[in-house]
Design a protein around this ligand. Structure first.
Ligand code: ADP
Ligand code: MG
Length: 241
């Protein structure tokens, strides 16, 4: 089985006012092909920082990170950009679609960036949009779609380049609960089709859809047998409400 993420002893800190604010502390994480992982933690725990590092959008001070065998910690910016474009499909809370482009144009974007001819890019994009039941909406602009539909377009866009990793940041955070469940069912389907998924969330219910849950508290990862701080008992503040 192919290794997708191999992160060892990563530390990330910010220098603030002469002090050192450590936001990721000795983070080690191994993700193999076909896994579906949720990283669950409260606000301020370091989720976005970890997501940005996993997504090759941010750097860290010490430790090692191999993405599909490539040593991210040693790569230059241009190499990181290429690696990111080829290996990762991003799904964001607020969809991040380009408003002036229609559904098909948005979906084709990662392929056009790679230099694929338009006709071929359109064909591949249509296949994904059909799978996501968005084929009837290809000429719509994002603002003419519901939140759930926009997220399905964003998922189609994440899939067109056949990335090794789907990286999702609070993918249901902007959706009502029924639409959120639909998107999570879709993630389950995509995982059964062989996609490797890492999903970041503050919501215990959302995390329960994943096959493996890793908690993050105060920049430290906790998984099953390890000690879990009591602050996480009962889930997030949303759960308690
Ligand atoms: N650019 C930055 N400079 C200084 N501190 C930061 C910066 N970005 C994030 N932090 C701090 O790092 C910690 C983790 O932030 P973040 O990863 O955004 O958490 P989460 O996404 O879990 O809410 C917080 O204490 C935050 O204030
Ligand atoms: Mg965050």
């Amino acid at each position: 089985m192919e290794n997708i993420i191999q992160m060892s002893h990563v530390h990330k800190w910010y220098e603030i006012g002469g002090g050192k604010l450590e936001v990721l502390k000795d983070v080690s994480l191994c993700v193999n092909e076909g896994e579906y992982i949720a990283i669950l933690g409260p606000s301020g725990s370091g989720k976005s920082t970890l997501m940005n590092i996993l997504g090759c959008m941010d750097r860290f001070q010490t430790g090692e990170y191999f993405l599909t065998g490539e040593p991210v910690h040693k790569l230059k910016d241009a190499q990181l950009t290429r690696l990111r474009n080829q290996q990762i499909g991003f799904i964001f809370q607020k969809y991040h679609l380009i408003q002036k482009y229609n559904v098909l144009q948005n979906t084709m974007m990662p392929l056009l960036i790679r230099g694929m001819p338009r006709k071929e890019a359109a064909k591949i994009s249509m296949e994904k949009l059909e799978m996501l039941e968005m084929a009837e909406r290809i000429h719509h602009k994002p603002n003419e779609l519901s939140g759930g539909q926009q997220q399905r377009v964003a998922i189609a866009r994440a899939l067109v380049g056949q990335p090794k990793l789907l990286l999702a940041d609070e993918p249901t955070g902007a959706l009502d609960s029924a639409t959120g469940r639909e998107v999570l069912r879709l993630f389950g389907q995509l995982n059964r089709m062989g996609n490797t998924i890492v999903m970041i969330t503050h919501d215990l219910k959302v995390s329960s859809y994943a096959k493996r849950v890793i908690k993050i508290v105060d920049g430290v990862l906790y998984e099953n047998e390890k000690f879990e701080p009591e602050t996480l008992e009962g889930g997030t503040s949303d759960e308690k409400a």
